[in-house]
Ligand binder design. Structure first.
Ligand code: ATP
Ligand code: MG
Length: 365
């Protein structure tokens, strides 16, 4: 069987602790299911800076580019607050995104039944919630030129950011959203602000044309992003896949994450363009949460977001749908059984450690 290569970048803080639990699952899948994963491991973030003065080395960058998938833990921490800007821990992730050309960021918001009481919303609003935000990641106002602050000389300054999108960028992110929808609830809602932004006009036009040309079996709707944000909080279950630009996606995916009441448990995937010959995509999978320096080294971090990120990896990089679903189900089963790490602890539940949670998930898998 073909070899499946995964490059592991545990990073800093709790990154290595939660990655270690997933590594054990990977070995288990190799031993018991003949999954044929081949893993290699590198350094990123502060740990890479300590080893060789940059947030990711060229040789680790090459390994990331060559692998079928990259699993990323988390980077950063107070120890590296004063390192030079270009070598700050986050620069490692930004370089990976840029060099791997990861233009599509996928953020599911899943409300686990056992945790639906921890949302800030009423249980009936979030129970069973399972939506996917597809955010454009390499364009838009975060990168557009000009991007300047000018001193106007009269005690005033002028700051300029520029939102730029071209047809091909919108087409390819819309394509990802429609393809994802086909494997889920078959609905896409596109959000922009065409009433006040030219890029919103083009966004709407290109999404509509892409839908008509290749994906008219998927249900498509459009919303202004402000109204969309309101609807997301009012009745999130009306959505299946939401597609939006970099800025709106950044905000709306954080809003969606909070709906679930489990920000610390959510996974993400960032995908590149499919290879012209093989159709394979470059991809990086990581928890939404950060390196949690306050609890690092204590063995109490919640590894669920890391496991859920690996479940996305099984699905999107290796098309191992059954295994991915089994892993997602294992997470839900373990939560149903009443065990919790400290961050999601509630009355009547039993508190367990990182490694106990890892073991419980592997056993339920
Ligand atoms: P970043 O800037 O990298 O996003 P952050 O400081 O915004 O990081 P996190 O590192 O995610 O945020 O931590 C926020 C809080 O959530 C911290 O108190 C941390 O301990 C807690 N936390 C985050 N992830 C986990 C986890 N997997 N398990 C337990 N607690 C977590
Ligand atoms: Mg943060």
């Amino acid at each position: 069987m073909t070899e499946r290569s995964i490059f592991l970048l545990p990073g800093d803080g709790i990154g290595p602790e939660i990655m270690s639990e997933v590594k054990t699952l990977i070995s288990h899948m190799n031993d018991k299911e003949g999954a044929n994963f081949k893993t290699d491991e590198g350094l990123v973030g502060g740990s890479a800076y300590d080893a060789h003065g940059e947030a990711i080395s060229d040789s680790d960058m090459e390994k990331a580019l060559a692998a079928d998938a990259v699993l990323f833990g988390a980077v950063g921490g107070p120890k590296w607050d004063d390192v030079p800007y270009e070598a700050r821990p986050e620069a490692g992730l930004l370089r990976l995104r840029k060099d791997m050309a990861l233009f599509a960021n996928l953020r599911p918001a899943i409300c686990y039944p056992a945790l639906s009481n921890s949302s800030s919303l009423r249980p009936e609003v979030v129970e069973g919630l399972d939506i996917l935000i597809v955010r454009e990641l390499t364009g838009g106002v975060y990168f557009g030129e000009p991007k300047t602050i000018t001193d106007l000389g009269n005690g005033q300054k002028r700051a300029v950011d520029t939102q730029v999108y071209e047809t091909y960028e919108i087409e390819r992110i819309a394509g990802v959203a429609f393809e994802m929808a086909r494997a889920r609830g078959n609905k896409v809602c596109s959000m922009e602000k065409r009433n006040v932004m030219k890029s919103g006009v083009l966004w709407n036009e290109v999404v509509t044309a892409t839908h008509k040309a290749k994906y008219d079996d998927v249900e498509l709707s459009h919303m202004l992003a402000d109204a969309g944000g309101m609807q997301l909080v009012r009745w999130p279950k009306q959505f299946d896949v939401i597609v939006c630009d970099n800025l709106f996606g950044d905000m709306l995916s954080d809003v969606a994450a909070m709906l679930t009441g489990s920000l610390g448990m959510l996974p993400s995937a960032s995908l590149g363009a499919p290879d012209e010959k093989t159709g394979a995509r470059k991809a990086l999978y990581e928890p939404v949460h950060g390196s949690a320096p306050d609890i690092a080294g204590k063995g109490i971090a919640n590894p669920i977001a890391m496991f859920a990120s690996f479940a996305m990896c099984l699905r999107y990089s290796f098309n191992m749908i059954a295994e991915s679903e089994r892993l997602e189900k294992a997470i839900a089963t373990v939560l149903d059984s009443g065990v919790r790490t400290g961050d999601i602890m509630s009355e009547g539940c039993t508190q367990i450690t990182t490694s106990e949670m890892g073991k419980a998930i592997r056993e339920a898998y």
